[in-house]
Ligand binder design. Sequence first.
Ligand code: FES
Ligand SMILES: [Fe+2]
Length: 427
Amino acid sequence: MSASVRLHDKYPELGRGLIPIEPYVSPDYWNREKADLFRKTWLHVGRVEELPNPGDYMVKDIAACDASIIVVRTKKGDLHAMHNVCAHRMNQIVYDERGNTRKFFCKFHGWAYDLEGNLTGVPDEDCFFDLDRCAHGLATVPCDIWQGFIFIHVDPNPAMTLVQFMEPMYGNVEGYPFAKMTSCFSWTTEVACNWKLAMDAFQEAYHVAYVHGHSIADSIKTDDGGAMRPLDGLCGDYHRRLSLAGNTRTVYGNPKAVTQGGAALEEALAESAAAKPISAAALRAGAGGARYVFPMADLPSGVNWTGSPDWMFDINVVFPDFYLSLRPNYFQAYTFRPIAHDRTLVEARVYYPEMLTAGGRFYQEYMKVQLRDVLLEDFSTLERTQAACRTGAKTHMILQDYEIMVRHSFEVIERILGDAERARAAA
Ligand code: FES
Ligand SMILES: [Fe+2]
């Protein structure tokens, strides 16, 4: 697809009108999202590499579901998820965020549970009345894995399986070398804004020339107007995707250069060597230092799906709050998880291949610092925008064609909340 093609022409059902800001400021709307959206969908909570050994566990507090969930690797090697709620008098079983254990012991009265949540020990058991241990384990939560990403679902009977949820939009992404990208760095922060407002800042590239004007704006291809117009966009029943090209004559705009080297490396240095000498030095140091090369031809068909030689990355938003940006040789996995109608927990994780040389490590550290700055730029607007939304000075926002993912996000949530309300009215 040419960058001049209008994405809204592909999805006329989305309309082209103004988008209300009420969903971004309303506590009532947030309560509807909690009940009818977050409690009814698959939610990403981590990667399998975080729990490599039997007994490894992590705890995810998910305010949007009023839930605290334990995910643990069992002795059999499976992952098991359960509510962090003791069957006796409801104390939370686990207080820390992660660890390794043979059993879970409640700190209130010492009830013990195995890694599958079965009740295995009760102090003074003979003082209870016909206590049936089998009936009082920890409540199980559906848990499944897609491409190494762990998802949970707080509804004990999900309306669709994780495969049914992911395949229609992301089936042709399967096979991306996630498991070869094991070198992770991350940032976690709480932001005083609505979760959609935070996520919207990451599901369009219109802002790059301005918000990132002093950092990575040189990575924008300028032959299409300079506003980082996408190669293509895809909108599904839940998820959405945007594919973006870069200025391959720069370090940031040509991410494949560090693993491929050769002509790609020379191309990436063409402008950066003079304009960004430190960036260029980092790339030169890192070239050839990665454990894997990642030939573009080996990527699955759904990655860089337009086949652009200038491809920089795909933005994938896995409904509702999981941003997965796939690049030629590294990926970013961010969650924008709401805490309240005006508070969001952002967990930003970046995964690179392991670097085998000192130069490779230096390049990775350089990229980490650069990305930190880019993230700080992205975050610089969020709390200001939320405060401005609250003033009531404006009631609607105006979107251009390439902000289609912001529109799609709004439309999908409206549809889900509307369907739930109509179902209740009909019952
Ligand atoms: S609340 Fe857990 S043992 Fe009493
Ligand atoms: Fe940005």
